[in-house]
Design a protein around this ligand. Structure first.
Ligand code: NAD
Length: 342
């Protein structure tokens, strides 16, 4: 029997969950002492941001963009200074929440995050910013939002295709949390429950958002491994889309690690009610009509060898030993969209 040896830090963010809970944003901002908040959205959710800003007599900024470009943060920082902003309320996916975090890291201002996708950034103290094509990632307690409001009503407008890949992206956090080198029993409970709930995304958006909270929490609490490394390589060096890449790679990264992480696999099997973890994840992606091949995302077959080399050169800790040959096979399977054998 394996010994129980672990460290667990309590999760610091206040979480409010429920349909209609966006209505509490004013009371929550007052609790944090905000008198002049900045409402942050991307352009698609501009109207929602302006409506909330009107209710709170606040300023709206709708320039948030994917991967938190520093030049956009600087534009927002100028507004923060001019308007004497004393807190941020980010409404949207990882892009809007990333901008709130970037401002908090620079100023220490309190943040409320209102996520409308399942990406999970709201529950972490991680900020990834891009400048001149390079991504800089940092962790800091200032980056972690003080309050998160999960309102399932806001996710009803997510197109089915985006809901599917966003759910697979979140499930990937939980799968890797189950075999993380710094995992613990509480995080494993949350991860398994998060996978179960998010797998219901096709039928129940409320369950899915509950799953997103759990999967975001485990992402914030423990270290990620091979799957996240591969997705960073494919996104960063080959410009593949974020959540779609997670959806394609996850069954194959899971297959790669299956023999080295049997307890994690047993939990995924239970959460998905499947016969095998890699096949269960593949079948889930297919049933949601998520993409299942890197080819469909526009990667060229001639790029596979270079992707494997980049991922093998500077790997994250992983339960299975990383070999160049193993990565090439994994990426080849992901490129063609093969169903994992076991
Ligand atoms: P996103 O925020 O760019 O949203 C994707 C698209 O969905 C956008 O066009 C957005 O306008 C639209 N959208 C969002 N919610 C919607 C809704 N309810 N209805 C209709 N459309 C909606 O992308 P994302 O996938 O949420 O997040 C990805 C970003 O977050 C990446 O930059 C990633 O690096 C970052 N991220 C960071 C962390 C972290 O811990 N730092 C964790 C996860 C993701």
């Amino acid at each position: 029997m394996t010994k129980l040896l672990f460290a667990f830090s309590g999760l610091p963010t206040r979480v409010i969950f429920g349909a209609g809970k966006l209505a509490e944003v004013s009371a929550e901002s007052e609790k944090l002492g905000m008198k002049r908040p900045l409402i942050i959205t991307g352009q698609q959710q501009s109207k929602l941001g302006r409506d909330i800003a009107a209710k709170l007599v606040a300023t709206a900024f709708d320039g948030a963009a994917m991967h938190t470009p520093v030049n956009i943060t600087e534009t927002a920082m100028a507004i923060v200074g001019d308007q004497k902003i004393d807190g941020t309320i980010a409404i949207g996916g990882g892009s809007a929440i990333g901008l709130g975090k970037a401002i908090a890291w620079r100023t220490g201002l309190p943040q409320i995050a209102v996520p409308t996708t399942y990406a999970g950034s709201e529950m972490t103290n991680i900020l990834g910013e891009t400048e001149a094509g390079a991504k800089i990632t940092r962790r800091d307690t200032k980056i972690q939002p003080e309050t998160v409001i999960y309102d399932p009503d806001l996710t009803m407008s997510l197109p089915r295709a985006l809901a599917a890949t966003s759910a697979m992206n979140a499930i990937a956090h939980a799968v890797e949390a189950l075999y993380a080198k710094d995992g613990n029993p509480v995080i494993s409970l949350m991860a398994e429950e998060g996978i179960r709930a998010l797998a219901m995304v096709g039928a129940d958006r409320e369950e899915a958002l509950y799953g997103a909270w759990l999967c975001g929490s485990v992402l914030g609490a423990v270290s990620m491994a091979l799957h996240h490394k591969l997705c960073h390589v494919l996104g960063g060096s080959f410009n593949l889309p974020h959540s779609e890449t997670h959806a394609v790679v996850l069954p194959h990264a899971t297959a790669y690690n299956a023999a080295a992480a049997p307890d994690a696999m047993a939990r995924v099997v239970r959460a998905l009610n499947a016969r095998s973890a890699p096949q269960g994840l593949y079948d889930l992606a297919k049933s949601l009509n998520a993409p299942t091949s890197l080819k469909a995302l526009g990667l060229k077959e001639t790029d596979l060898a270079r992707a494997a080399e980049i991922a093998a050169a500077n790997p994250y800790w992983n339960p299975q030993v990383i070999t160049l040959e193993g990565l090439r096979k994994l990426l080849d399977d992901a490129f063609h969209g093969h169903r994992p054998h076991a």
